[in-house]
Design a protein around this ligand. Structure first.
Ligand code: SF4
Length: 337
């Protein structure tokens, strides 16, 4: 166990966790909703600080981040645990066991060891990803601090359900984020994800203010969040609150975890969503999880030429000069150096 940060003592030995927007009130001996944070004797501890359950060196495109150091490698890791309970989770074995009462398991790790491994493997960044990095905040914060001191960038891939305090603490440490906007109906967040939509919307706007490079992902699930009217509202929010230069990744659902009662997202739904994103004024809309789809590449918003060609997560060609389209000179949004 490691002392947790961002909590306050309440009366009677209870504590309130201030890490995510659940703001759990936790009795002595009990854990919060995520199952990762425990009240021991009136103080809050994390069970995930030194237990890394997944480590990989990924292309940054896999996060997905398409406009942040494209073609670079990112040292990616996770502990177990998540503060949401999405029934369609595609990383169920990593995210959900602590919620079901199991202690987070994994290899022993330290911030020093993780940063050294990132450097040894020629990575430009470290990604806090796979499960939900909010619930391993202490490890992320210590690793990110050290990474910055060594000249590495930090990437957070998250459901965006942090508390305002948590985002403020991470503000100076994180350089880029991919945040899920899982749908645009409150009932969807409450009934399918065990969370709420409003904090995620507020956090997206806050992340924009913090100046991180931001991309947004929506997993399109047949019959649940693929209604064109809902998608139009979502895309209008991205455009008006986050800006036309915010990349939107529309990702194909495959049956998984507790959601096997429907097939993969039809290609026609992905096409409809893509068109809605473009009609809303977004410059960079991507279709993910569909091998060979040309909408996985980046096109210049001015002349339409391919500026970053991709096949899956591989960058095939970059037609950029100093962050501008090599054909017409129009600036392409992102962090390229
Ligand atoms: S991180 Fe969120 S879910 Fe976990 S204990 Fe804290 S408030 Fe509760």
């Amino acid at each position: 166990m490691h002392p947790a940060r961002l909590w306050k003592a309440l009366s009677g030995g209870k504590v309130q966790c201030r890490l995510c927007s659940h703001f759990c009130r936790i009795e002595k001996g009990a854990r919060g909703k995520c199952g990762v944070r425990v009240n021991e004797g009136g103080a809050l501890f994390t069970l995930a600080y030194d237990r890394v359950a997944a480590v990989n060196i990924d292309p940054v495109e896999k996060k997905p981040l398409y406009h942040f150091l494209p073609g670079s490698r990112t040292f990616s890791f996770a502990t177990m645990g998540c503060n949401l309970s999405c029934s369609f989770c595609q990383n169920y074995d990593l995210s959900q066991p602590p919620r079901l009462g199991r202690d987070p398991s994994g290899q022993r790790a330290t911030p020093e060891g993780l940063v050294a491994a990132a450097q040894e493997n020629g990575c430009a960044s470290i990604s806090y990803t796979y499960s939900e990095p909010t619930v391993f905040f202490e490890l992320m914060q210590d690793t990110a601090r050290l990474a910055v001191s060594k000249g590495l960038k930090n990437i957070m891939v998250s459901n965006g359900f942090q508390s305002p305090e948590c985002l403020n603490e991470l503000g100076p440490l994180i350089h880029a984020a991919n945040i899920d906007l899982k749908g645009f109906k409150s009932e969807f967040y409450v009934n399918i994800c065990g969370a709420r939509l409003d904090p995620v919307k507020k956090n997206l706007v806050r992340i924009r203010e913090l100046g991180w490079w931001l991309e947004v992902t929506t997993l399109l699930i047949p019959g649940l969040n693929d209604d064109p009217a809902e998608l139009r509202e979502l895309a209008a929010f991205l455009f008006s609150e986050l800006g036309a230069n915010t990349p939107w990744h529309i990702s194909r659902f495959h049956p998984d975890a507790d959601m096997r009662d429907r097939g993969p997202t039809p290609l026609s739904s992905l096409e409809t969503a893509w068109t809605i994103g473009k009609e809303a004024g977004l410059h960079y809309v991507y279709v993910g999880n569909v091998p060979g789809d040309e909408r996985n590449s980046t096109f210049c918003p001015e002349c339409g030429k391919t500026v970053i060609g991709r096949s899956g997560f591989a960058v095939l060609a970059k037609n950029l000069k100093n962050g501008k389209c090599a054909a017409c000179g129009r600036s392409v949004a992102g962090v390229f150096e």
